[in-house]
Design a binder for this molecule. Structure first.
Ligand SMILES: [Zn+2]
Length: 407
């Protein structure tokens, strides 16, 4: 591996300036979920320039770039091209769509989550070809839409493509990751009877149902995973069916953000919450109020016009510590980076859960500090990006090698 690694390092070095230009270009094109159409051509154009053998967009608007390899295992790289809203621009030290470089860091919304890591993967996949190597099997560089609102893009991709191993390139400070808790968004609907607020005794005010429920919510026994920790639940949004301040609502809607651990399927979560709802309403003698909980769904339309009712679920996943992909990845990273930082987990959910749910074993690795994601301090370290290009190239080869006997 050593002379090859040296060639990869040199090739990556030659392309450092181009990689930074490309990342800046991506950060300067806003691409909120459902509005990725303007950044898409910039990515496909770069893939074509870098010598990808095939580049196409699918029905959902995801980009797939293919580097053709031998008959060996297919390695899939996954990133997303959308990002969260930057919020008020005044809060940013540098404008969120500037891509400004200050002291070795590239600033802006999506720099770390995840146009920086994405650019590194796009370059890394083409590097192998550049150093004259035919990868053992095809490399599929996938760039998904709508990750930030549930992962419709990767969910669709994973149903269309076959691969024996995948890398989810979300930021991880260049430390190997093996999973995370999932996210299930629930809506609890409380139904009562609306009345004029001057005669509240004629109403069945659902606010009291919510109050009874929320008082008991922290007493729920949560599932526990020895590695990922306990699952958690947090009430987030709250809405009523009224806009007049002098009318009591007929219905109110409470959003719960549930972070689940593996082995805690959404139907089980729904049943658990429903049970608590029924118990709380009965114990508080709120017999005129009914409550029902379900997994929230979103009506999503991609920029290509694909419409889907999508449940708000990011699956949790955890690759076993002794999984052969993790062992191979750890060794490859030690060689490529010259250090062994072990294996960690992510605190947030990623599209890796959708890949795993589709049966593609997935590891996590990416440059950048994930704690800066979604903040107005978002920026990515360029040294980490340069390291990551070499690391991704090494990972692609190591993963293909590790699973070749499993085909
Ligand atoms: Zn992300």
């Amino acid at each position: 591996m050593e002379p090859l690694l040296e060639n990869i390092r040199l090739a990556a070095q030659e392309q450092q300036a181009a990689l930074v230009d490309f990342t800046q270009q991506l950060v300067r094109i806003p691409s909120l979920p459902g509005q990725e159409h303007e950044v898409m051509p910039a990515i496909t154009h770069e893939m074509n320039n870098l010598g990808y053998d095939q580049v196409w967009t699918d029905q959902a608007g995801n980009i797939v770039g293919k580097i053709s390899g031998g008959n060996g295992p297919v390695v899939l790289l996954n990133g997303h091209m959308d990002h969260v809203d930057p919020g008020p621009h005044e809060g940013w030290p540098y404008p969120p769509f500037s891509g400004e470089i200050v002291e070795g860091e590239l600033w802006g919304r999506a720099s770390v989550d995840m146009k920086g890591p994405l650019a590194c993967m796009v370059y890394a996949a083409s590097l192998l070809k550049r150093v004259g190597l035919t990868p053992p099997g095809d490399i599929l560089m996938t760039v998904a839409v709508m990750e930030e609102i549930g992962g419709l893009g990767t969910h669709y991709l994973a149903s269309q493509l076959k691969a024996q191993a995948a890398i989810c390139g979300e930021p991880s400070r260049n430390i190997l990751r093996r999973g995370h808790r999932g996210r299930v968004q629930l809506t609890a609907r409380f139904k009562g009877r609306s009345a004029h607020a001057s005669v509240p005794h004629l109403a069945a005010n659902p606010h009291y149902g919510v109050a009874a429920f929320l008082a008991q919510l922290p007493t729920l026994t949560m599932a526990m995973d020895p590695v990922l920790g306990a699952s958690t639940v947090a009430p987030t949004l709250y809405a009523t069916d009224q806009i007049s301040p002098n009318v009591t609502p007929g219905e109110v809607y409470l959003t719960l953000d549930w972070r689940n651990v593996p082995g805690e399927p959404p139907p089980e979560i729904v049943a658990k919450v429903q049970n608590l709802l029924d118990h709380c309403l009965a114990a508080s003698r709120l017999h005129d109020i009914q409550a029902m909980v379900e997994v929230a769904t979103h009506e999503l339309i991609t920029y290509t016009g694909m419409a889907e009712t999508f449940p708000s679920i990011f699956p949790s996943f955890l690759l076993p510590e002794d999984h052969l992909l993790l062992g191979a990845a750890r060794t490859a990273l030690s060689e490529a980076l010259g250090r062994d930082e072990g294996i960690d987990i992510w605190r947030f959910a990623t599209d890796g859960g959708h890949l795993m749910a589709a049966g593609i074993p997935t590891i996590g690795f990416g440059p950048g500090d994930e704690r800066l994601a979604h903040t107005n301090q978002e920026r990515i370290n360029l040294t980490q990006m340069n390291e990551a290009v070499v690391a991704y190239a090494a990972l692609i080869l190591a993963l293909a090698e590790a699973v070749k006997y499993e085909m």
